[in-house]
Design a protein around this ligand. Structure first.
Ligand code: 13P
Length: 287
């Protein structure tokens, strides 16, 4: 069964760890994340960007695949299926399709419009028992066509959005999607601290989890981050393992071309990355 992210994140905030959101791209990805969460007894959030949703043949296909897997694989840890960086229309479509959580990213709108649209979605999600993530201060870098300027959020605007009754809040604190550049200034902990002081119990979300040093992750968690998004890092480990398999000529040995063999090293690599992140975030054994 899919669950809203509310309960798992409230617990995470209280007990000072973070639940990982791992973005999924296909069947292997989804299976790797779900099995790792189950093996480590960790709650988990499956992230689906609008681009990945389209790639996987639409949101209803994604819901069918994830629900089927939870059933067939005997997954009993809490799993939320969450739209990542949703548009207003995308959020509505995912709600209809059966997602248990959505993000509405209104960070590119003027704050008044972000508030108006977020408010409407809060009402819908509350009625249906779904969790809603809002965003203030666009996250830097590019993810699936969503390009952000890398702003640092205004804590007062964060408070305004938090007060609308969203479940969790993503705020730009110098984080970037994808690989971090050599000259990256790091996370702005002063901003995070100010946001957490104003928003209190609200679980805060850290996007761009790939490549943030472990000590910064730990500090962010101590300052109220309870959900951390990871996408690129699984893609990199999947690609590296697949490259190695092919470069070693294994696809040319026996039935090494069979997709179930060809994709196995990448699958194992995703599992390893997810495990490392769950260890770092402190979510193991918290299901
Ligand atoms: P990365 O791709 O940098 O890990 O970011 C993931 C993310 O924030 C998804 O919203």
């Amino acid at each position: 069964m899919l669950v809203s992210a509310k309960e798992m994140l409230t617990k995470a905030k209280k007990e000072k760890y973070a639940v990982g959101q791992f973005n999924i791209n296909n069947l292997e990805w989804t299976k790797a994340v779900l099995l790792t969460a189950q093996e480590l007894n960790s709650p988990v959030i499956l992230g689906v960007s609008e681009g990945a949703g389209k790639y996987m043949c639409g949101y209803t296909t994604v819901v069918g695949m994830v629900k089927g897997m939870i059933n067939e694989l005997g997954i009993t840890v809490p799993v939320a299926l969450h739209l990542d960086h949703g548009s207003y229309e995308g959020a509505k479509k995912c709600i209809e399709a059966g997602f248990s959580s959505v993000m509405f990213d209104g960070s590119h709108y003027p704050i008044e419009e972000n508030i108006a649209k977020t408010k409407e979605l809060v009402e819908t999600c509350n009625k249906l028992g779904l969790s809603l993530e809002a965003e203030v201060g666009a996250i830097g870098g590019e993810e699936d066509g969503v390009i952000g300027g890398g702003e640092v959020a205004d804590p007062k605007e964060c408070k305004m959005i938090a007060d609308l009754g969203v479940t969790m809040l993503a705020a730009g604190i110098g984080n970037i999607h994808g690989k971090y550049p050599e000259n990256w200034a790091g996370l702005s902990f002063d901003t995070l601290d100010a946001i957490q002081q104003l928003t209190g119990e609200m679980p805060l979300v850290l996007h761009g989890g790939t490549g943030i040093p472990a000590d910064m992750i730990k500090k962010a968690i101590s300052l109220g981050v309870s959900k951390i998004n990871v996408n690129t890092e699984c893609q990199l480990s999947f690609a590296a393992a697949t490259r190695k398999y092919v470069e070693e000529g294994k696809d040319l040995q026996g039935k090494g071309f069979d997709p179930r063999k060809l994709l196995a090293p990448g699958f194992d690599a995703i599992k390893e990355t997810v495990k490392e992140k769950m260890e770092l975030f402190g979510s193991i054994g918290k299901a």
